[in-house]
Design a protein around this ligand. Structure first.
Ligand SMILES: Nc1ncnc2c1ncn2[C@@H]1O[C@H](COP(=O)(O)OP(=O)(O)OP(=O)(O)O)[C@@H](O)[C@H]1O
Ligand SMILES: [Mg+2]
Ligand SMILES: [Zn+2]
Ligand SMILES: [Zn+2]
Length: 777
């Protein structure tokens, strides 16, 4: 310890870890004698008598819920969100985005199973390919795994323990067992040290310790343990598995052999019981099992082969055939079993499954195995449609709870699927802003269906049937109304949002069944990242890849759909998305050019509205300085109206149009204030189109300068930004542009702003500015 630090030896470190593990082990009560377990059971009777469905629903509650947002309620999604689905799901996704309806349906089904005492139906998640069915099932398994490590999620099974001979002095005659100084050993072998244990045999089914109490005596046993009053309540909610269930075949044989060897002394049987906490694990198939569709047997038994541990068994047990149970149903007992692509399996196999589900038991060889597990399957719609044609379908259907998992329809949700994965997809490349949004917008557009006017009352039917796919997408995304609607129409449409959302829910081809899946969009993203033409993984790279993708008509059903008033037009959606993207970056680039203070448009608009309201009311305004009454500012009014083209260019004196225009402006301001009673009017939000025209007007007046900037950018060397745009050298390597020319200075300033404020890099900033200048200026 020359340097004053404590140098620990390896053995000491191991010692510490040992102690820590032991401490955790004890604190978590991982291993208990049967007596100890009874104390625990009496302390927490509700927690310790839960069936798998109740356990899972409690688990969902335990992680907590987020109430529905105002925005989602507006479009008819009033479901709260289970936080469990915000956790990362190994290898699939960083969370399950959206799907609150599915979450709640699963939760309700679990609570209903729990009331019935039996998970008597298989929950079948069905939907188009890649709609998060497996992600949802895995999230539930993840949740069970984590919950089982929590005190609230503590759940138990048991093993049989057979001590070495010196405890038993030959055979199983426990009567000769010498009382040790350690009082625990007098009642149980549960905590014997390893060297004192000759054999330990788990219950293959991880059965509940209560099953050790013979079924006929369980009720009175519980009454004695926790009192009649409490027992009555608990008995009501006790799962069938604990009321009627019995030990598995092998445990039964062991219990009976021990009982007769001990001349009917049940206490002595229980001495051999080691109660052990169950930690669910998908990886080790402990209570959590995923079954892929290939054919195999779900539960089977093997005779235990004669091996060393067998020879260590007490003589009384060596003479009987002990069978080991194996299989998915066995491993998944007490937890959850996921049947991935259930309907790809031969019908006979799931006939058997559904039988197991309905009765809570399976026949294995000549014995019955009692089960308590939640079964969740998944299937795509095509398979489900085919299955519905089966003559037996109705009888199956009674034992299946169908839960639909559609594609997402809100862009901001869909976007979250990609957001976290982008850096990984892009690998070496930079990810340009708006990439996930671009992907999400096109994907959602591909999924939308045209509203059918006959489904709506006459006063809204026209509004609704005039909606473009983009307008519908925006309604679903944020409730944003199409621009040109009158206040009255807006109100009507707002009141119709839920109906719009629900219009196609009860038909086989519901909205969210057809269209691009997240899986397809991810592969587009990967391809875009590989494209050497683009320096960054950017919206433009994505749109280019999408252009290739839509050619694959033979592979994707949704690309074959007939276009209906713009809906399903996957090729046109690329243009729609590009235009929306342009609008977005247009604002960003202008802001970054920084030639003006955007507040001036707001001010200009506000003053215009004030002035025309005076004109309409035929009033004068009081000059705040002189206090004199003055006429409205007609010069300002005229300038504004000219810029935004309030009246047709070819007929500047059309007074009727002009008055209508002014009138409309005032009503729109009024409507906005009604919708946002607590806010001041934000003119850029009420009149985005005029705002844009004002800006555009301004930029047109600056055209020469912008052209210079564009030219400067063309020779802008993004790999060596300093060589082309740095003011330190007077002559660039790229020709004739002076480094301090107006265009170069502006380009440098714009790129820098886009980098520092908006997350662009040199390369995608340049790409975007050039693209925008070409398209718009
Ligand atoms: N709502 C969502 N939240 C998070 N990821 C999603 C969502 N929807 C789809 N995905 C992504 O799409 C891919 C497919 O998801 P998943 O495997 O869960 O779908 P599935 O419905 O089981 O598909 P299949 O029908 O092919 O079995 C995954 O990469 C997943 O991350
Ligand atoms: Mg799947
Ligand atoms: Zn057993
Ligand atoms: Zn970039």
């Amino acid at each position: 310890m020359a340097n004053g630090r404590n140098q620990l030896t390896g053995a000491e470190i191991l010692g510490f870890i040992d102690q820590a593990v032991k401490k955790e082990f004890d604190a978590n009560r991982r291993v208990l004698s049967f007596d100890e377990y009874l104390v625990l059971l009496a302390e927490n009777p509700n927690q310790q008598t839960r069936g798998s469905a109740c356990y899972m629903a409690d688990m969902m509650d335990w992680f907590g819920v987020t109430p529905a947002t105002e925005a989602s309620t507006l479009i008819g999604n009033h479901f709260s969100r289970f936080k469990l689905f915000d956790l990362p799901i190994d290898g699939i996704a960083s969370k399950v985005v959206g799907q609150e309806g599915v979450q709640n349906q699963i939760y309700r089904a679990l609570r209903s199973f729990s009331r019935q005492g039996l998970s008597n139906k298989l929950l079948l998640l069905h939907g188009p390919n890649g709609s998060a069915k497996s992600s949802i099932a895995h999230a539930l398994m993840n949740g069970l795994e984590r919950y089982s490590h929590e005190p609230q999620g503590a759940t138990y099974t048991f093993n049989w323990v057979f001590p070495v001979e010196r405890y038993t002095k030959g055979g199983i005659g426990l009567s000769t067992y010498a009382a040790s100084k350690d009082s625990q050993h007098t009642t149980s072998f549960a905590k014997l040290a390893d060297e004192e244990v000759a054999a330990r045999m788990p219950c293959d089914m991880k059965d509940h310790p209560l099953l050790l109490i013979p079924q006929a005596h369980r009720r009175s046993f519980l009454e004695k343990l926790i009192g009649t009053e409490k027992t009555n309540a608990i008995w009501e909610t006790l799962p069938t598995y604990l009321v009627e269930g019995d030990l598995c075949h092998r445990c039964k044989q062991i219990a009976e052999a021990l009982l007769s060897a001990n001349h009917g002394d049940f206490k002595k049987v229980l001495m051999h019981v080691q109660v052990e906490r169950v930690y669910f694990s998908r990886r080790y198939r402990t209570g959590l099992v995923t079954i892929e569709p290939q054919l195999h047997v779900d539960a089977q038994y093997h005779q235990l082969s004669y091996n060393k541990s067998m020879s260590a068994l007490p003589a009384a047990l060596q003479s009987i055939n002990l069978f080991t149970l194996t299989g998915d149903l066995i491993d998944g007992n007490r937890g959850m079993i996921e049947y991935s692509d259930l309907l790809k399996r031969p019908v006979d196999t799931f006939k058997y499954l559904l039988g197991a589900c309905e009765t809570g038991s399976v026949n294995v060889s000549n014995s019955i195995a009692y089960l308590d597990t939640v079964m969740i399957g998944s299937t795509n719609e095509i398979q489900l449609d085919a299955f519905k044609e089966f003559p037996d379908f109705t009888s199956f259907k009674a034992r299946i709870e169908l839960i639909r998992v559609p594609y997402l329809l809100a862009v901001h949700e869909e976007q979250q699927i990609y957001e976290k994965q982008l850096p990984q997809v892009a690998s070496e490349k930079h990810v340009a802003p708006h990439t996930s949004w671009t992907v999400a917008l096109w994907a959602v557009l591909s999924r939308l269906k045209k509203p059918n006017s006959i489904n709506y009352p006459p006063n809204v039917s026209t509004i609704v049937s005039n909606l473009t796919p983009l307008e519908k997408a925006k309604l679903y995304d944020s409730g944003d109304m199409p621009g040109p609607l009158t206040p009255e129409d807006r109100k009507l449409l707002r009141a119709t949002l839920k109906k719009l959302r629900d219009e196609y829910t009860n038909i086989p081809y519901y909205e969210g069944r057809m269209g691009a899946s997240a899986r397809e969009m991810k592969s587009i993203l990967y391809d875009a990242a590989q494209n050497p033409e683009f320096a960054c993984l950017s919206p433009l790279a994505v749109l280019r890849e999408t252009e290739e993708f839509v050619k694959r008509v033979s592979e994707y059903e949704f690309l074959k759909q007939d276009v209906k008033d713009g809906f399903h037009d996957t090729i046109e959606f690329i243009n729609t998305t590009r235009t929306e993207y342009l609008n977005l970056v247009d604002g960003e680039v202008r802001q970054s050019i920084g030639l003006y203070d955007s507040g001036q448009w707001e001010d200009f608009l506000r003053r215009y509205v004030q002035q025309i309201s005076l004109v309409l009311k035929k009033e004068k305004t009081k000059n705040p300085i002189t206090g004199k009454l003055e006429d409205p500012d007609h010069a300002l009014i005229e300038e504004f109206e000219k810029i935004v083209e309030a009246v047709p260019k070819d007929n500047p004196t059309a007074t009727k149009e002009r008055d209508e225009f002014r009138h409309n402006i005032i009503t729109q301001v009024g409507a906005w204030s009604l919708d946002h009673p607590k806010e001041n009017v934000v003119y850029s939000k009420v009149f985005p189109e005029y705002w844009r025209k004002l800006e555009k007007h301004y930029f047109e007046s600056q055209k020469t300068l912008l052209t210079k900037m564009h030219d400067a950018l063309l020779v802008y060397d993004t790999d060596h930004p300093s060589s082309a745009l740095s003011s330190s050298s007077t002559h660039g390597a790229h020709g004739t542009l002076a480094q301090d020319s107006e265009g170069v200075v502006l380009a440098r300033q714009t790129v820098n702003n886009m980098k520092s404020k908006l997350g662009y890099c040199e390369k995608c900033a340049k790409e975007v500015i050039i693209f925008l200048m070409r398209q718009r200026y």
